[in-house]
Design a protein around this ligand. Structure first.
Ligand SMILES: O=c1ccc(O)c[nH]1
Length: 347
């Protein structure tokens, strides 16, 4: 059901306040063919109310003929910014970019962030944005978890469904997503409230079982039977199971890219206002399923690119799979036990 312009504008004003937007700063709103008009309206009004100098850059869509999916996070790499020096220059000249289009995992995003520009991605439906307005407490909880993940040398994940996988850590940074951009050069995503890192290249080994009811993205499906992934030296060497495994396998095979099977980010969800069951209430076209990526206590693993964290792998195929009921431990210390976060709960 819809939220009012007033509610959504208030939500944007809070996010811009948390992002420390100052009067006179340049805020550029990046839009595309799928940008939600109410989100654009509310973001524009909130940025003006904050005294920012507001611009909008609207770019034509790309990739639709190659993607086999309409989900902006399914097909990565080239974006409407690729090869567009005028737009890139404008975004680099901005203090803050409100990405209502989706640049994630693009070389251009990394280039723009390195200039000191902040980028906030926000493409979920307006009512989801209003429900998941970030808080300082979200930030504190994610940062507290990151102090453990940053120091960890191994992550071990198990589940009663049969997951038993070990990741060697240390080569890549920890990325915290808490929904606002309070430092120059920071990227974040609203909604969020989770953290992750990337396993060392070749440093992932074991078995991951996507259990019945776990979610596969961008398929946006709840699996009807377990999918067993055999992970050896950083790659999913086998994907076995029933129809869900066959659908995932065939989809990935269409990319004809061995790098699509590489382990990408690994982490866990800390957002109590996001839920495993929410995806069941939406049409696939309406959401990119951030509830699934952020719900408290998930173990979220990804296959595909690692350029977001400075890695060399830029495959277009991006698979995100949040698992329920896993136990995640860092150097032997349990941080999530059978899907429950062990940090005393949300503040
Ligand atoms: O916010 C996001 C969204 C997708 C992803 O793979 C990582 N972070």
């Amino acid at each position: 059901m819809p939220v009012s312009d007033h509610q959504l504008t208030q939500a944007w004003s809070e996010v811009l306040r948390l992002s420390e937007v100052q009067p006179g700063q340049a805020v550029t709103i990046l839009t595309g063919a799928a940008t939600h008009p109410q989100t654009l309206r509310a973001a524009t009004m909130a940025a003006q109310a904050a005294g920012a100098i507001v611009s909008r850059i609207d770019l034509p869509p790309v990739n639709a003929d190659k993607a086999l999916s309409r989900d902006a996070l399914a097909y990565l790499g080239e974006t409407p910014l690729t090869g567009n020096p005028a737009a890139i220059a404008a975004l680099k000249a901005s203090d803050l970019v409100l990405d209502l289009m989706t640049l994630l995992f693009s070389p251009e995003q990394i280039d723009i962030l390195e200039s000191g520009t902040k980028i906030l991605l926000a493409v979920e439906p307006p009512e989801v944005l209003v429900r998941t307005v970030p808080t300082e407490a979200d930030r504190a909880r994610v940062l507290a978890a990151s102090t453990k993940l940053k120091k960890a040398k191994t992550m071990h994940v198990t589940s009663e469904a049969g997951t038993d996988v070990t990741f060697q850590l240390g080569e890549f940074p920890t990325i915290c997503e808490y929904g606002f951009v309070d430092e120059p050069g920071r990227w974040d995503h609203w909604p969020s409230g989770f953290l992750f890192t990337f396993a060392n290249e070749g440093g992932s080994n074991g078995t991951i079982v996507v259990d019945t009811g776990d979610i596969v993205l961008p398929q946006k499906s709840y699996t009807t039977a377990p999918i067993r992934l055999t992970i050896e030296k950083g790659y999913a060497r086998a994907i076995e199971g029933g129809i869900d495994a066959q659908l995932l396998s065939e989809y990935m095979a269409t990319f004809r890219d061995p790098e699509a099977y590489a382990m990408s980010h690994i982490g866990w969800g800390l957002q109590p206002r996001c839920h495993w069951s929410t995806l069941a209430m939406y049409d696939k076209e309406q959401t990119i399923a951030m509830d699934a990526r952020a719900f408290e206590g998930n173990f979220l693993f990804s296959l595909g690119p690692n350029n977001e964290a400075g890695g060399q792998r830029t495959t277009a195929c991006h698979i995100d799979i949040p698992l329920r009921n896993c136990t995640v431990s860092l150097d032997g210390e349990v941080v999530v036990r059978r899907g429950k976060v062990l940090d005393g709960g949300a503040a």
